[in-house]
Write a protein that binds this ligand. Structure first.
Ligand code: 5AD
Ligand code: SF4
Length: 433
C-alpha cells in the first residue's frame, strides 16, 4: 500500500516541478513513507531519519518529510527536535498528499508544516501514479482506502481512517492505460478488498468486489489480475466463482488467518473462528482447483497458550499454505488490545513460537513446490534472474517465482515452462514449447 501511495506522491510532486532521483545525496526533498504496523517498522524509520541527518550538513536547504501511517500516528510530536534528537520539517498523513505542494512552500518559507487530517472521501482516483520504481510488467492499482474492521491488534483503522472505495470507471481506465503501456499484471489493492462498494446513483448501479474483478478481467485477456488483501469473513463464493470463470484472474488467494485458535481469533476481533476459516479454504479448493493459498500469522498474541499455538501449527498443516508472512505480536498504541488486553506472552516465548511457525512454513512451501515438479505453467516474464544473467525470472498464476534459461525473452512475455526442480522459495524449469 505504501509502495502504491509513494507512486501517487511522486505524481503530485512531479506535477509541481520536482523530479525524482535515485540518489539521496542529490535530493532537495526526501520523503519517508512510513508504516506503523509493528514497533520494529517504526524503529527502522526512526533509524533512517537519524541517518539522513548527515545529509543536512552537506545540503543545508534539504527538506525532510515523514509521510504515511507513522506521520498520522505521531503527528506534531515528530517535529519536536529536542525530544526526537533530530530535525524533521514536515509531517503528512495518508490522506493529505494533495496538500504536499503547499506544505513544501511553507517549509521553504521557513516554517515546519503539518497535515494529518484524515478524510472520509479521498481516494486519489483522478491521480495517475508515476511508476518510478516499477519492473514495467506488474503494477498496483489502489481500489479502496482505510479500514473499519478494528482487529484488536491493528493500528491501521487509526492511521488510515474510514473505509472508502474508488470510482470503478477510474480503476478500469487505469488498468487499460497500464495495459497499453506494456504492463501485463495488476494487483488491486485495499486493506479489505472484499468490502469494495460503489454506487453509481445516475446509472442506478451498485458495484461490489466480484463485479469489479470481472470488469477488470475483461480489460484484456492478456492482463493478469491479482488482489490483496481479503478478510476471511467477507470471502464470498460469488468472488470465488468470478475467479474460477476468468482465466486471467490469478489462481492465488492471500487469506490472512492470523491464528488457528478460535479463542485467540475471538480476542483478535476477527469475527470468524477456526471452522469458519477452514470452511472458506474448503470453498476455495472446491471452486478453484489449482489455487494457491497464502496467509499472515501472528505469534504470541495476548493470552496465547501453548495449546493455542499448537492450534496455529495444526491449522497450517491442515491447510498446507503455499506461502506465509509471519510476525511476532507487537502491541500498538490506541488499539483495542493495548487498551483491554495484557501483552502477557514473554518475548522469548513469542520468538520460539514464531521460529516454529517459520520452520513449519518452510517445510510446507517446499512440499508445495515439490508437488509442482513435472508440471507445466504459463509464466509471465518479469526480468533477468538476480542470480544468473543467463536465466530469466517470472511468476506463474499461483504467484510462485519461476526461473528458467533465457532465450531472448522480454519482460511481459508469457512462456510455458516445465518445472524440473525447486527450493522452498523458487521453482526452476525449462521452456516447454
Ligand atoms: N503485531 C504483529 N503483527 C501485526 N499485523 C498487524 N498488526 C500487527 C501487530 N500489532 C500483521 C497481521 C496483518 C499483517 C499486515 O500484519 O498479520 O495481516
Ligand atoms: Fe488491520 Fe484487521 Fe483492517 Fe487488516 S482487516 S487492516 S488486520 S484492522
Amino acid at each position: 500500500m505504501n509502495f502504491s501511495d509513494s507512486e501517487i506522491v511522486a505524481s503530485i510532486i512531479t506535477e509541481n516541478d520536482y523530479a525524482t532521483t535515485d540518489k539521496a545525496e542529490d535530493a532537495d526533498v526526501i520523503f519517508l513513507n512510513t508504516c506503523s504496523i509493528r514497533e520494529n517498522a517504526e524503529q527502522k524509520v526512526l533509524n533512517r531519519l537519524k541517518q539522513l541527518q548527515y545529509l543536512r550538513k552537506h545540503r543545508p536547504g534539504m527538506i525532510l518529510g515523514v509521510l504515511g501511517c507513522m506521520a498520522e500516528r505521531m503527528k506534531t510530536s515528530l517535529l519536536e527536535e529536542e525530544r526526537m534528537g533530530m530535525r524533521v520539517d514536515m509531517v503528512a498523513g495518508p490522506d493529505s498528499y494533495r496538500d504536499l505542494p503547499r506544505l513544501l512552500n511553507d517549509v521553504e518559507s521557513g516554517h515546519q508544516a503539518v497535515n494529518v487530517i484524515l478524510s472520509s472521501e479521498e481516494t486519489y482516483a483522478d491521480i495517475t501514479p508515476v511508476r518510478y520504481a516499477s519492473n514495467g510488467v506488474s503494477a498496483f492499482i489502489s481500489i479502496m482506502r482505510g479500514c473499519e474492521n478494528f482487529c484488536s491488534y491493528c493500528v491501521v483503522p487509526f492511521t488510515r481512517g474510514k473505509e472508502r472505495s474508488r470510482d470503478p470507471e477510474s480503476i478500469l481506465e487505469e488498468a487499460l492505460e497500464l495495459f497499453n503501456m506494456g504492463f501485463r499484471e495488476v494487483t488491486l489493492l485495499g486493506q479489505n478488498v472484499n468490502s469494495y462498494s460503489w454506487t453509481n446513483a445516475s446509472a442506478g448501479k451498485e458495484w461490489n468486489f466480484p463485479m469489479l474483478m470481472e470488469a477488470v478481467a475483461r480489460v484484456n485477456p492478456l492482463l493478469r489480475i491479482r488482489f490483496a488483501t481479503s478478510h476471511p469473513k467477507d470471502m464470498s463464493d460469488e468472488l470465488l466463482e468470478v475467479i474460477a470463470a476468468n482465466e486471467n484472474i490469478c489462481r492465488a488467494i492471500h487469506l490472512p488467518a492470523q491464528s488457528g485458535s478460535s479463542a485467540v481469533l475471538k480476542r483478535m476481533n476477527r469475527k470468524y473462528n477456526r471452522e469458519d476459516y477452514l470452511g472458506r479454504i474448503e470453498a476455495i479448493r472446491r471452486i478453484i482447483p489449482q489455487c494457491a493459498v497464502s496467509t499472515d500469522l501472528i505469534a504470541g498474541f495476548c493470552g496465547e497458550t501453548d495449546q493455542d499455538h499448537a492450534d496455529t501449527l495444526s491449522l497450517m498443516k491442515e491447510v498446507g499454505f503455499d506461502f506465509a508472512f509471519m510476525f511476532k505480536y507487537s502491541e500498538r498504541p490506541d488499539t483495542l488490545a493495548a487498551k483491554k488486553l495484557k501483552d502477557d506472552v514473554p518475548d522469548e516465548v513469542k520468538s520460539t513460537r514464531l521460529q516454529q511457525i517459520i520452520e513449519l512454513q518452510n517445510k510446507l512451501s517446499l512440499e508445495s513446490n515439490r508437488a509442482d515438479v513435472g508440471k507445466i505453467f504459463e509464466v509471465l516474464v518479469e526480468g533477468r534472474s538476480r542470480k544468473s544473467a543467463k536465466m530469466v525470472s517470472g511468476r506463474n498464476s499461483q504467484n510462485k517465482v519461476v526461473v528458467f534459461p533465457d532465450k531472448d525473452y522480454k519482460p511481459g512475455d508469457y512462456i510455458k515452462v516445465k518445472i524440473l526442480e525447486c527450493t522452498s522459495a523458487t521453482l526452476k524449469g525449462e521452456t516447454a514449447e
